[in-house]
Design a protein around this ligand. Structure first.
Ligand SMILES: [Fe+2]
Ligand SMILES: [Fe+2]
Length: 267
């Protein structure tokens, strides 16, 4: 990475680090009075698992050497700490709605199959293709946007003030994560080749958060109740605008394509 890029991303990290820190969720969670709701409880539990799974993403990142930049490395340490706390908070919130566990069978086989198809390829490309860090930060910004959108909408839909407050706290941190990733992506995507590589990788590998973890059928089953909500879907589609702003119009609209492809499975 060129020194000027590293210094600009360092400034983004300095700004993020001023307000980083775990959320205070235990008291807030104790105040939740929403009735038992298995659909949304399951969704919150699943979101908690996705948060905790971030550690796997970090390992993938190290394997692809996309965090060669010092400020991105430092950011990742704090980011993971915050995501892990989100996982604990969401698990506790799910319990308040009556859900304490979630069974899904094929996690390992799905993950391993996908890994064979994708991550070693990225690992290899780490040697051949520069700009993997640009793809990583672009991916980070879109996944954080989806996370914050999901938390905001679940809070609005359930209407319990304490749960909404808790989800807003989490969403606010996702917003700060998104700000760092998007800012870093803007810097790293300046070379045209970086935009080309990122567009190609995302077109091939992008999936909404959690699809890799649960497998598509289970993911659709878990998130079906909120995917039937037009307001939520409208907000999700803005993820494509975010990508187009970063990469340019050459990027296919992956969220639109994903939702259209799976529309029949949701009916
Ligand atoms: Fe999170
Ligand atoms: Fe996040």
């Amino acid at each position: 990475m060129i020194v000027e890029h590293e210094s600009r991303i360092g400034q983004l990290f300095d700004s993020y680090v001023r307000s980083w820190g775990p959320i205070c969720w235990r008291d807030q969670c104790a105040k939740i009075q929403a009735p038992i709701n298995c659909e949304y409880g399951t969704m919150l539990y699943a979101l908690g698992l996705i948060e905790t799974d971030s550690v796997v993403m970090r390992r993938k990142l190290a394997a692809t050497r996309a965090d060669r930049s010092n400020p991105i490395k430092q950011f990742n340490i704090l980011w993971l700490a915050e995501e892990a706390e989100h996982g604990r908070a969401l698990e506790a919130a799910a319990e308040k709605l009556g859900v304490r566990s979630l069974t899904f069978s094929s996690r390992r086989s799905i993950r391993d199959l996908r890994s064979i198809a994708t991550w070693p390829a990225l690992y290899l490309s780490g040697f051949l293709v520069p700009h993997l860090d640009a793809a990583y930060c672009t991916l980070g910004s879109v996944q954080e946007y989806i996370a914050l959108t999901t938390y905001r909408r679940i809070g609005e839909k359930l209407g319990d003030p304490a749960l909404d407050g808790l989800l807003r706290q989490i969403a606010q941190q996702e917003g700060r994560h998104m700000k760092f990733y998007r800012g870093a992506a803007q810097v790293l995507l300046e070379p045209r080749q970086a935009r080309r590589v990122t567009a190609a990788l995302l077109a091939r590998l992008w999936r909404p958060p959690g699809v890799d973890l649960f497998g598509l059928p289970k993911w659709l089953e878990i998130f079906r109740p909120i995917l039937e909500d037009d307001v939520y879907v409208g907000r999700l589609l803005r993820a494509d605008d975010l990508l187009a702003d970063l990469i340019g119009d050459s990027i296919a609209r992956p969220m639109k394509r994903f939702l259209e492809t799976n529309q029949t499975l949701l009916l």
